[in-house]
Write a new protein. Structure first.
Length: 229
């Protein structure tokens, strides 16, 4: 059986400086360590092209001071803020590895008994992960493949959000207006939403004549309205 961990460890040549990245919306945290796990520097850089360039300058300066051969980045993949920097590194043809957020959480739970958590701590743990082989080998999608993945992710999030809102509406109707879903199977249909916006409770509907109710809905609906006798 192939030893995948040993295969991954061979990708980290000796004498490399490892830079762990904990990405955030505005600023990313960086901790650089050598192969003996000695922390060399800590700093933050902005999530921008200028900040990325400054981070490379700082890391390369540290690489020179420690007499390291080169540098490899270890990026935590929590959220989506890591993507810009990862694409920047790929553009610069600099090696990097992606570290699962779950991996860091399990490591933090096992090592930090006081459950401390901060930006530099996560970056330091991410930097140490490549030296154990627990990283992900990922090729970033480019061009149309990147667009397809981004579009599908957005579509998937919208479907989940739509389902959540519909379930919330159904739950409210079950408590306030249980008869509504017997008439409208889809409470988010155009006519159903007009009725809920105009007459949100059964008392509003029973307090008016049928003809008046139909005219109110027809005026707001502004389209074909089928009335069953």
């Amino acid at each position: 059986m192939k030893n995948s961990a040993a295969k991954k460890l061979k990708q980290i040549p000796p004498g490399y400086l490892i830079a762990g990245i904990d990405p955030h919306k505005k600023k990313h945290a960086v901790v650089t360590i050598t192969e003996d796990l000695m922390v060399r520097s800590r700093f933050k850089f902005t999530n921008s092209r200028t900040g990325f360039g400054q981070a490379l300058e700082n890391v390369r300066a540290e690489m020179t001071q420690t007499n390291c051969r080169s540098v490899m980045f270890a990026i935590e993949t929590g959220g989506h803020f890591w993507r810009n920097f990862a694409y920047f590194l790929e553009e610069q043809r600099l090696p990097f590895r992606l570290i699962s957020q779950l991996t860091l959480k399990r490591m933090r739970d096992g090592r930090d008994l006081n459950r401390r958590k901060n930006d530099f701590r996560d970056a330091e743990m991410a930097a140490g992960v490549p030296l154990t082989g627990d990283f992900t080998e990922t090729k970033l999608p480019q061009g149309v493949y990147a667009e397809l993945r981004s579009t599908y992710s957005a579509y998937f999030r919208l479907v989940k959000e739509r389902t959540r809102v519909i379930n919330l509406l159904k739950g409210l109707l079950d408590g306030l207006f249980p008869e509504f879903t017997e008439v409208f199977k889809n409470p988010c249909g155009r006519t159903a939403l007009v009725i809920l916006a105009t007459c949100p409770s059964p008392g509003d509907i029973t307090s008016m004549e049928e003809d008046v109710f139909v005219e109110i809905i027809r005026a707001v609906r502004r389209g074909r309205l089928m009335v069953r006798s």
